[in-house]
Design a protein around this ligand. Structure first.
Ligand code: ADP
Ligand code: MG
Length: 248
């Protein structure tokens, strides 16, 4: 027995000469907020896509609750995904977007209506937004609709690719509480790709640092700041450590 929800073993994905993922192994515990950081091109999106199953790895294994899901099709993995651009369907209304996964699962109309309503409330999206198209929403509202859509099918694991990158500071503050309470409110373990190291330190229980497809270190924010194990991790944290020194 262990408390791991997700286990990644020796995951490798190459594109020609480039190893987007290079022998990556780690585990995410149930209920954890796990952050994935690293410079652009370090393999963060490829990692999420391999876990989700829309990118097929060359080697390695992905397990959910100790069950090997490496060969399981996307729709049977029970994993939610919020891509970086939110991936909302532009021609569908807010409520149709949220209901999308439920339709595919052939959930009854009544049950679908009730779940959409619950999620709208949970994300504090007012009823008047239900019939709007995504382009008629603010960035923060779009992000919350994307979250609601991913949560509609009650995923065990939710993968979010740079959920804060397209948002200005005020909108970020609007969205962060929803990201913080995913496990408590929806029972979902969450893995976030985060562009800004400070945001990762603020939001996540543990953080994995990637560099050129390799996982350099997995640590709590405290450990990471206190004991970076490689020069690359130190460099990533340099600005932060300076800020900490200045403010103390
Ligand atoms: P990140 O999300 O950290 O910016 P990615 O996972 O998108 O990084 O990309 C990792 C590496 O793999 C990069 O060098 C990128 O150019 C390459 N890569 C990603 N997807 C593809 C693809 N479909 N075809 C070719 N190369 C790709
Ligand atoms: Mg990316």
């Amino acid at each position: 027995m262990n408390g791991n929800l997700l286990t990644i073993e020796h995951l490798t994905k190459r594109y020609g000469q480039v190893a987007a993922l290079d022998d990556v192994s780690f585990a995410v515990q149930k209920g954890e907020r796990f952050g994935v950081v690293g410079e652009s091109g370090s393999g963060k999106t490829t990692l999420l896509r391999c876990i989700l199953g829309i990118t097929i790895s060359d080697e390695g294994r992905v397990s959910l609750e100790n069950k090997d899901i490496t060969g399981v099709p996307v729709e049977h993995r029970g994993i939610g995904y919020v891509p970086q651009d939110f991936g909302l369907f532009p021609h569908l209304s807010v409520s149709e977007n949220i209901a999308f996964g439920l339709r595919i699962q052939k959930i009854s109309l009544q049950e679908t209506r009730s779940r959409v309503e619950t999620l709208l409330k949970a994300m504090q999206l007012s009823e008047e937004l239900m019939s709007r198209k995504p382009r008629e929403l603010s960035g923060g509202q779009q992000q919350r609709v994307a979250l609601a859509r991913a949560l509609a099918v009650s995923p065990k694991l939710l993968l979010l690719d740079e959920p804060l990158s397209n948002l200005d500071e005020a909108t970020k503050d609007e969205v962060l509480p929803y990201l913080r309470t995913l496990s408590d409110r929806f029972g979902t373990t969450a893995m976030f790709v985060i562009h800004t190291i400070q945001d990762a330190l603020d939001l996540c229980d543990r953080i994995g640092v990637f560099h050129r497809g390799r996982l350099l270190q997995v640590a709590t924010p405290h450990e990471l700041v206190g004991k970076p194990t490689t020069p690359q991790v130190s460099r990533l944290l340099a600005g932060i450590r300076q800020n900490h020194t200045h403010s103390s």
